[in-house]
Design a protein around this ligand. Structure first.
Ligand code: HC0
Ligand code: SF4
Length: 563
């Protein structure tokens, strides 16, 4: 007998065995096609490759074991090789779609096993190369549009570059690849089962809906692009079994109170400092886009202290639902299942951040993308266009135009200016629609003159980047001292959340413009247009938080980041 190590476990096997025989004797799966236990090794199909300790690949069927040999059958390149062999053979020999039969062949069974274990995920997106038709769109979205360069369209199914698994790459989870994929080979990690399970368990179901979802969900369900479907979206969620539907836009207003207060405090320090000290402080960055946070953590960790400590509106809403709201409604927070409908795939990763656990609890239990909500509405045969409009549930369902703006690039900035200007100047900003931050340019800049109510006029230098490629250009310029700002908004997707990777797939070249106009019109229609004028925001501070940046607010509404 000889000792061999397979996937880190040691086995004694007869020395006449091949690697394949040694693996099979110990119940370790190696896919094969030409090999048969009663025939001598043929060595033709090459599906049985394994990774040897010296970095070479060997064929398990025709390589004999040796004492001390160490190998792996579970590395990405081994799985990829096997899947590629099977896909190629299937394409060659079985061009017609497989017919479901009871007497499945050995080839079909092995094909399923090999391609299923080839599915790769990082908890935000999932890649199934067996479904890939090699159109190259995902690679173009990732490498050309986002300039992230994570994916490779290999000619035998898309996968991450360099034989890496997705969670070993620098993927930020923006999901753009999934929104351009025509076949669903790349998709969001589905959380639909979590919702079904919670309904079956009899939990109290509370949904929140992001600003950008209401201007896009209609595209999934028979409403023209560019229409705002807020009331129908609430009605659909109720029809799907939600007990309460609350508004992420309310939490966006809450974010303005917290982040705005943080900005004002920072600017007062900056304006009192010497120019050198002020320059050293650098800008404050918005922190609501999870793909942008992933990007800063991976690529620019030296700027982590410049991120606002405010949690994103989605996470703030989670904290509020499981504390203030649960108490008001008389529900035990442990009995609540709280999910968010988001235009985003990276939000699926954000809810699992350790720093966000509050009172020992995950505050948001699942994230459904706009596309997943569309799928549910269609699956349950809900006639969306015919639904009557329904209102969000109080006391966390009211929003202002400022909160609604968050869904587009420049929206957080515009909303922040409406409140911060008024606090600093003692009077409102002259124009509510602040055009320098509007539109779809990748980088927008402005200097806002603010006549302080108790002093001179000061300048706030602002910038907005949308699309992570633009953000990275801006970051490199900031690092090199070529650009200097006080407050910077970044959204990882072009156009902001309206162009998010979880939004409906669309072939309309003007789709982002249409959704953006819908957001601006939603702001104009609002009764209040400044976050601090939201009556439910005033109530939550009076009854619960005290004031912005209070101790309680810090505990529930702020966070830290990982380096
Ligand atoms: Fe966005 Fe958000 S605006 S990130 O773009 O800030 O996803 O729509 O929900 O959280 O509000 C996405 C959209 C959100 C958050 C809000 C922010
Ligand atoms: Fe690239 Fe974004 Fe897809 Fe990750 S999620 S592979 S960064 S496009």
């Amino acid at each position: 007998e000889v000792q061999v190590t397979i996937n880190g476990r040691s086995f004694a096997v007869p020395k006449a065995y091949s690697i394949l025989e040694a693996a099979r004797a110990n119940n370790i799966f190696i896919p094969t096609l030409c090999a048969h236990p009663r025939l001598k090794p043929i060595g033709r199909c090459k599906a049985c490759v394994v990774d040897m300790e010296d970095g070479n690949l060997a064929m398990a069927c025709s390589t004999k074991v040796a004492d001390g040999m160490s190998l792996r059958t579970d590395t990405p390149r081994v799985k990829a090789k096997a899947a590629a062999v099977f896909r190629e053979l299937k394409a060659k020999t079985m061009p017609a779609p497989p017919v479901r039969r009871l007497d499945r062949s050995e080839f079909e069974n092995t094909f399923d096993a090999v391609t299923a274990c080839d599915v790769d995920t990082n908890g935000m997106i999932t890649i199934d190369p067996s479904m890939c038709v090699d159109c190259g769109r995902c690679e173009a979205a990732c490498s050309k549009m986002q300039e992230m360069g994570i994916l490779e369209s290999t000619g035998s199914g898309v996968r991450p570059h360099g034989g890496l698994r997705l969670d070993e790459t620098r993927c930020i989870g923006c999901g753009q690849c999934s929104s351009f994929c025509p076949v669903g080979a790349i998709s969001e990690v589905s959380h639909i089962e979590r919702l079904y399970a919670a309904i079956a368990e009899g939990k109290t179901i509370v949904a929140q809906t992001a600003p950008a979802v209401r201007v896009a969900i209609g595209e999934e369900c028979g409403v023209a692009a560019g229409e705002v479907s807020t009331g129908k979206m609430v009605a659909a969620l109720k029809a799907l079994g939600c007990n309460y539907v609350v508004d992420t836009d309310f939490a966006a207003d809450l974010t303005i109170m917290e982040e705005g207060t943080e900005l004002i405090g920072r600017m007062q320090k900056k304006w009192a400092a010497t120019p050198e000290q002020a320059e050293k402080m650098g800008p404050m960055f918005t922190s609501c886009c999870p793909a942008w946070i992933n990007n800063i953590e991976i690529r620019f960790p030296e700027y982590l202290d410049n991120l606002s400590t405010a949690r994103s509106p989605m996470m703030m809403m989670g904290s509020v639902v499981k504390t203030y709201f649960a108490k008001k409604m008389g529900i035990n927070p442990a009995d609540i299942f709280h999910f968010a409908v988001m235009p985003c795939t990276a939000k699926k990763g954000e809810i699992d951040r350790m720093q966000m656990v509050t009172g020992g609890m995950k505050v948001v239990d699942a994230v459904l993308t706009t596309r997943e909500l569309g799928k549910l509405i269609r699956k349950h045969h809900i006639d969306f266009p015919a639904l009557p409009n329904q209102e969000f549930d109080s006391p966390i369902g009211a929003s202002t135009g400022a909160g609604r703006l968050f869904g587009t690039t420049g929206g957080v900035m515009e909303a922040a200016l409406r409140t911060a200007y008024e606090v600093l100047a003692g009077k409102g900003i002259s124009t509510l629609s602040y055009t320098p931050v509007r539109g779809l340019a990748g980088i927008k800049e402005a200097s806002v003159e603010i006549p302080l109510k108790d002093g001179p006029t000061k300048t706030l230098r602002i910038a907005i980047a949308s699309g992570i490629a633009n953000a990275n250009v801006m970051m490199c310029d900031i690092q090199a001292g070529k650009r200097s700002y006080d407050f910077v908004e970044v959204m990882a997707c072009q156009g902001g959340c309206i162009g998010g990777g979880g939004q409906p797939k669309s072939l309309d070249p003007k789709i982002i413009e249409k959704r953006q106009s819908a957001i601006y019109s939603d702001d104009e229609r609002a009764t209040q247009r400044k976050s601090h004028e939201n009556p439910e925001i005033m109530a939550i501070y009076k009854e619960f938080f005290g004031e912005p940046n209070s101790h309680k607010a810090h505990e529930l509404l702020h966070t830290t980041y990982s380096d």
